[in-house]
Design a protein around this ligand. Structure first.
Ligand code: PGA
Length: 267
């Protein structure tokens, strides 16, 4: 079974796909549906909306036991940092989680491993649970550097941290080449298969346990997960959940993912 403490983790990263109205409409539709028919107890679910819609979305989903998170944060709590939002502010607005080091931050906005580390520390300090994202680009993979790149990312983020006992260590392996672009398609239609995702999650688990002994990581996979592939990944022993972008932004596909994640594991 690939659950972690009896749960599958289903995390929905809405990125910049939905505006204020669209986010609220989707959050209300999901909450209404789960109020009618939902037993979500086998799942740990969190939605990462855009900052503008975060507060109302967090309220609506909080009522049905679904958490909210920020997509990115700054490492200083308060001050003259135009355009930034701190981890402490996300916590204050009702979040439980914050993504750290998402590949779109790393590769489109030049976020370095050093900045990822500063964000990890600030997110932990704020009381939020970080969701650390790691993964290699297509070029790094072609050069056989996948393990090296991921190990450097993990070391930078975690080495020497004293992990708080009240927080889960959640790491999402998201190969950059498998992540959707734009309207839900990745550049070359590339797909990370279940065996490769599993192999990397085993590697990540080994590395994190070396760095933070006694902390058992929750291991997610992300990269074009769809309703018809979610169970394919979740059946793997080291995939405890998924971080989903494009397919989480439509009512039907997210409901289908939620349903399929609760199906008994099969091969
Ligand atoms: P995707 O995004 O499911 O649209 O590929 C995943 C992610 O980037 O978190």
């Amino acid at each position: 079974m690939s659950t972690f403490n009896g749960h599958h983790y289903l995390f929905a990263n809405w990125k910049m796909y939905l505006d204020y109205d669209e986010s609220n409409i989707l959050a209300n539709a999901l909450a209404n549906e789960w109020r009618k028919q939902g037993d979500l107890s086998a799942l740990k679910m969190a939605i990462f909306p855009s900052d503008l819609s975060l507060y109302p979305v967090a309220q609506v989903l909080g009522d049905v036991g679904v958490a909210a998170g920020g997509q990115n944060s700054f490492w200083v709590d308060k001050g003259g940092y135009t355009g930034e939002i701190s981890a402490a502010m996300y916590k204050n607005a009702g979040c439980a989680y914050c993504l750290v080091g998402h590949s779109e931050r790393r590769h489109q906005f030049g976020e370095t491993n050093h900045e990822v580390r500063q964000k990890m520390e600030a997110v932990l300090e704020s009381g939020l649970t970080p969701v650390l994202c790691v993964g290699e680009t297509k070029e790094e993979r072609a050069q056989g550097k996948t393990a090296e790149v991921v190990e450097i990312q993990i070391n930078a983020a975690l080495d020497g941290l004293s992990w708080p006992s009240d927080r889960e260590l959640i790491i999402a392996y998201e190969p950059v080449w498998a992540i959707s672009k734009g309207a839900g398609k990745n550049e070359a239609g590339e797909h990370c298969d279940d065996a490769e995702a599993e192999r990397m999650n085993i590697f990540i688990a080994q590395k994190t346990t070396q760095l933070l002994s006694g902390v058992n990581p929750v291991l997610l996979f992300g990269g074009s997960v769809r309703p018809d592939t979610v169970a394919y990944y979740l059946k793997m022993p080291h995939i405890n959940g998924v971080l989903v972008g494009a397919a989480s932004t439509k009512f039907d596909s997210w409901m289908e993912i939620v349903k399929n994640a609760q199906l008994p594991a099969h091969n």
